[in-house]
Ligand binder design. Structure first.
Ligand code: ZN
Length: 383
C-alpha cells in the first residue's frame, strides 16, 4: 500500500485485485494537477513476491518496493520483468544533502561567500527517479561546400576572390544516453536541466543589467558510472524505498528517443563543419538499454524573500542543478570592468593627441567615476 502513499498521488479508499478504476470526484483530488485529476489508479501483483503494485494510469515501468522487481507493461498483453535494472546507491539523507548544497553555494566568483549562512532551508523532497540509459554509438558521414577566399593579382591589381570548395568527413561518438522515463520533465523541479548540454545553473541577477556568465550547462556524464544492482535494502538505509517513482516510457520508446536526439545532435555538429552541408547521414548502433534509478534530493531555500531550488544527486553527492542569487561583489566587478573599458576608449580619443575633443576627456571621468561610485555603493549596501 505504501506505493501510492508517496504523497504525490491520490490513493483510493479501497483497492481490489486487478485493474481498478477510481472515481475522480474524491475530495483530495481537488488540489491535484489537471493531469492527476483525470488519472486513475490500477493494481497488479508483483510477479516475484506477489505484493500488490499500484500505479497511476499511464505508468508502465513499475518497481516493487518490497522486493525491487521491476515490471514493464510493454502493452496490454505484454508484461515483462526488466532484468537489466540498476541503482545509484544513495549515500546521503536530507541534512547531508543540505550540507552539499551549502558547500556549493559558497563556491565561485558569482556567489557571496556568506550565502550559506544567510539562507533558510525550506521544503525538501526525496525521489528515486527512473532513467533508461541507451548504450550506443553514433557515426556520421557528411559532405558540404566550404566558402574560401584567395588573393588574386599583385601590387595595385590585388583583389580578393571568394570560391567554393567541396569538403567531406566523418565523425563518431559513443554514448550512454539517458532518457528520463516519464512524460513530463517539468513535473518535478530541475529534471529537464540534467540532460547533457542543457542549462543547469541559473543565476538570479535581480535588477542588474549586465548579465554576463554565471550559468552552466549539464555535463555529458555517464549515468551508469557507480551503478549497483537494484536493491531495496540500499534504499531503505535512507528511507527512500517509499519514494520510488514509476516510469511511463517503455524501453522501446526510450531507445527511439535516444536515436532521434543523437541524429539531431550529429546534424548540428555536421552543420558546423562546413559553410553549407549538402549531405549528412547518421547511423546509430544500440548495444543495450538499461534501467537505472537515481536518488535525488530536491531542496528549496529562501533568500531575501525569494525561493530558490537545488537538486542534489544523493548517490554522487553533488549539485546537479540550481538557482542561485548573484552576489553583490560579482555584480560590482562586472560593472567596473565595463565602465573602465568604456573610460579607456574615451581616454584614448581624448588624451592621445594634444587637441583631443573635450567631450571625450569629460566622458573618461564620467565612466571611470561611475565605476568607482558603484564600488563605493556596493561596499555600503546590505545584500
Ligand atoms: Zn515484489
Amino acid at each position: 500500500m505504501g506505493r501510492a502513499a508517496r504523497g504525490e498521488k491520490v490513493m483510493p479508499e479501497e483497492t481490489s485485485v486487478g485493474p481498478v478504476e477510481v472515481p475522480e470526484s474524491d475530495d483530495s483530488a481537488a488540489s491535484e494537477t489537471p493531469a492527476a485529476k483525470t488519472a486513475s489508479i490500477h493494481e497488479i501483483s508483483c510477479s516475484n513476491c506477489g505484493a500488490p503494485l499500484t500505479y497511476m494510469q499511464g505508468e508502465a515501468v513499475i518497481t516493487c518496493e518490497y522486493c525491487g522487481t521491476t515490471t514493464m507493461l510493454a502493452d496490454t498483453s505484454n508484461i515483462v520483468t526488466v532484468e537489466s535494472h540498476y541503482l545509484l546507491p544513495p549515500r546521503v539523507g536530507r541534512d547531508e544533502a543540505i550540507g552539499i548544497a551549502s558547500a556549493w553555494l559558497e563556491k565561485g566568483f558569482y556567489k557571496s561567500k556568506d550565502l550559506p549562512r544567510r539562507v533558510q532551508w525550506a521544503e525538501s523532497s526525496a525521489r528515486v527517479l527512473p532513467y533508461w540509459v541507451v548504450r550506443c554509438s553514433g557515426r556520421t558521414m557528411w559532405r558540404g561546400m566550404q566558402k574560401k577566399t584567395r588573393t588574386k593579382g599583385t601590387g595595385d591589381k590585388k583583389t580578393q576572390e571568394t570560391y567554393w570548395e567541396p569538403v567531406q568527413g566523418s565523425f563518431s561518438e559513443d554514448y550512454t544516453w539517458p532518457v528520463y522515463a516519464r512524460e513530463d520533465d517539468s513535473e518535478f523541479w530541475g529534471i529537464r536541466n540534467i540532460e547533457p548540454g542543457r542549462k543547469c545553473v541559473f543565476p538570479d541577477w535581480g535588477k542588474f543589467i549586465f548579465r554576463i556568465g554565471g550559468s552552466k550547462n549539464a555535463p555529458n556524464s555517464n549515468l551508469l558510472e557507480g551503478k549497483a544492482d537494484f536493491s531495496i535494502d540500499e534504499l531503505k538505509k535512507y528511507n527512500l524505498h517509499t519514494h520510488i517513482v514509476n516510469g511511463q516510457i517503455v524501453q522501446e520508446r526510450a531507445e527511439r528517443s535516444a536515436r532521434d536526439r543523437i541524429i539531431e545532435r550529429h546534424a548540428d555538429k555536421a552543420n558546423s563543419k562546413a559553410t553549407r552541408i549538402t549531405d549528412c547521414d547518421t547511423t546509430v548502433d544500440v548495444q543495450g538499454v538499461d534501467l537505472i534509478y537515481v536518488p535525488i534530493w530536491e531542496l528549496e531555500y529562501v533568500f531575501q524573500g525569494k525561493t530558490y531550488h537545488v537538486l542534489v544527486d544523493a548517490s554522487r553527492q553533488k549539485v546537479l542543478s540550481a538557482e542561485v542569487p548573484v552576489g553583490k561583489w560579482a555584480k560590482a566587478t562586472i560593472f567596473d570592468v565595463i565602465m573602465f573599458l568604456i573610460a579607456a576608449v574615451f581616454a584614448l580619443v581624448g588624451f592621445a593627441a594634444e587637441s583631443g575633443p573635450a567631450f571625450a576627456r569629460i566622458l573618461t571621468f564620467v565612466f571611470a567615476g561611475g565605476g568607482v561610485a558603484y564600488t563605493v555603493w556596493t561596499a555600503a549596501m546590505k545584500e
